[in-house]
Design a protein around this ligand. Structure first.
Ligand SMILES: *[C@@H]1O[C@H](CO)[C@@H](O)[C@H](O)[C@H]1NC(C)=O
Ligand SMILES: *[C@@H]1O[C@H](CO)[C@@H](O)[C@H](O)[C@H]1NC(C)=O
Ligand SMILES: *[C@@H]1O[C@H](CO)[C@@H](O)[C@H](O)[C@H]1NC(C)=O
Ligand SMILES: *[C@@H]1O[C@H](CO)[C@@H](O)[C@H](O)[C@H]1NC(C)=O
Ligand SMILES: *[C@@H]1O[C@H](CO)[C@@H](O)[C@H](O)[C@H]1NC(C)=O
Ligand SMILES: *[C@@H]1O[C@H](CO)[C@@H](O)[C@H](O)[C@H]1NC(C)=O
Length: 365
């Protein structure tokens, strides 16, 4: 009888311990799952709230022009943008002064870092003077900013006409072999430069224009990008009139699947309109980014390009652009002598009009 009683006691205690243990295990896995869930949630969050990074390289005389890239971004984008600017000692102070002021005026929408010009010691002179001073710097960017995952690189003679977010979103379209996105130099065999004149390999049938380049720097580092450029420069330096752009074309000639092709409306040059409409995507959806290559913003040969440049140049950061900007673009367009590009005025204006309407839907005045 006593034995039986003891036994019952033991069983009860055992069952209790078992229950407590099971509860504890259950709690542990539940909270682990919770932590995992919470972590993945913060990961998704930090990814989508990642800042857009925009970069350019400027030495010498292109200071004013490059500031207009920044202005065009502030005009048409409302999300934060981080600028990474590679520049020489002379301009460092000027950039710091102007951008610090604009950062304040834009209520910290803009943020920036200034990087020194830095070429490998061997062949430094060759690199420095390839095409225009410092332009080749961008080939080395993956190694120079190891803390940055991805960026949009633009030449200093470019202007955004719509929100940078739209261009940045092409990173989401990258498949696993893409490391970069760019537009073609052109796609008209009658006028195309590369197939007619190039003495070196180039991307696809028509070559790439490198004035606007989405770069996944992480992938470019994994690819070994910077190790490719010096041997290519040494081999081809007498045959590459467009310098860094030609080197990019040579690399991608051998790695075509690493490039996502962008529409011509994201790198719209006078070539796309001076002989007639050669970018139907821009005529239907509007020019998104204007590229004034070969001095189109300054040399009086492309009044349409100059009209837009002048209006953006005159814009003062921190003021409300919703009416004044479009008015001055209209004014400069109507003053300009007629031209093939000018005939496509609607294509030039469509994106700015839509963007400003979206951003300032309630006009202040
Ligand atoms: C997970 O997040 C929720 C909601 O933010 C919070 O209540 C919970 O305590 C978090 N759990 C852990 C384990 O951090
Ligand atoms: C650059 O802009 C400043 C101020 O707007 C002006 O005074 C200067 O002449 C410009 N420089 C060039 C080279 O256009
Ligand atoms: C800009 O100038 C300020 C004040 O002189 C200095 O503290 C800051 O480090 C400079 N920033 C850059 C990016 O050079
Ligand atoms: C760039 O590529 C890396 C490696 O594949 C990836 O983790 C990262 O998310 C990519 N960056 C962007 C902005 O897509
Ligand atoms: C190229 O030129 C030929 C002959 O002049 C013409 O028939 C053709 O339409 C042109 N192609 C393009 C894409 O302009
Ligand atoms: C990625 O897209 C390119 C075309 O842009 C294609 O050539 C390549 O095969 C694709 N890569 C993968 C892994 O699907």
């Amino acid at each position: 009888m006593r034995k039986f009683f003891l036994c019952k006691w033991f069983i009860t205690i055992f069952v209790c311990v078992l229950i407590i243990y099971m509860c504890y295990e259950n709690y542990k896995t539940a909270s682990l799952q919770n932590i995992k869930k919470n972590n993945s949630r913060t990961n998704i969050f930090s990814k989508s709230s990642e800042k857009i990074i925009l970069s350019f390289v400027v030495c010498d005389s292109r200071f004013n022009e490059s500031l207009n890239v920044v202005k065009s971004v502030l005009l048409f984008t409302k999300t934060p943008v981080h600028f990474v600017i590679f520049t020489d000692e002379n301009l460092r102070h000027k950039f710091n002064k102007t951008l610090t002021e604009w950062k304040r005026l834009s209520k910290n929408q803009l943020d920036f870092e200034l990087q020194k010009i830095h070429f490998p010691e061997a062949h430094r002179e060759d690199w420095m003077n390839l095409f225009s001073k410092c332009a080749a710097q961008r080939l080395f960017i993956p190694k120079l900013v190891p803390h940055i995952d991805s960026m949009i690189y633009v030449d200093t003679d470019t202007l955004f006409l719509g929100p940078v977010d739209e261009l940045w979103s092409f990173f989401l379209k990258f498949n696993s072999s893409h490391i970069s996105a760019m537009a073609l130099e052109d796609d008209n065999p009658n006028v195309s430069w590369y197939p007619r004149f190039a003495k070196h390999p180039f991307y696809g049938k028509y070559g790439l224009n490198s004035g606007v380049m989405l770069m996944n720097l992480t992938r470019m580092r994994d690819f070994g990008w910077v190790d490719y450029v010096t041997p290519i420069m040494l081999k081809w330096k007498l045959y590459i009139p467009w310098g860094d752009q030609d080197i990019i074309n040579i690399i991608f000639h051998y790695h075509e699947n690493a490039v996502l092709e962008l529409s011509c409306r994201y790198n719209y040059r006078a070539d796309q309109c001076m002989y007639g409409d050669a970018c139907t995507d821009a005529t239907s959806s509007g020019v998104f980014l204007l590229h004034g290559s070969r001095q189109a913003f300054h040399n009086n040969k492309q009044p349409a390009f100059q009209a837009i440049y002048k209006a953006i140049d005159e814009y003062e950061v921190g003021t409300d652009p919703s009416r004044s900007l479009l008015n001055s673009i209209e004014k400069y367009f109507s003053k300009a002598p007629s031209s093939n590009c000018g005939n496509l005025k609607d294509a030039f204006l469509r994106v700015p009009i839509r963007t400003l309407n979206d951003l300032y839907s309630v006009p202040i005045r």
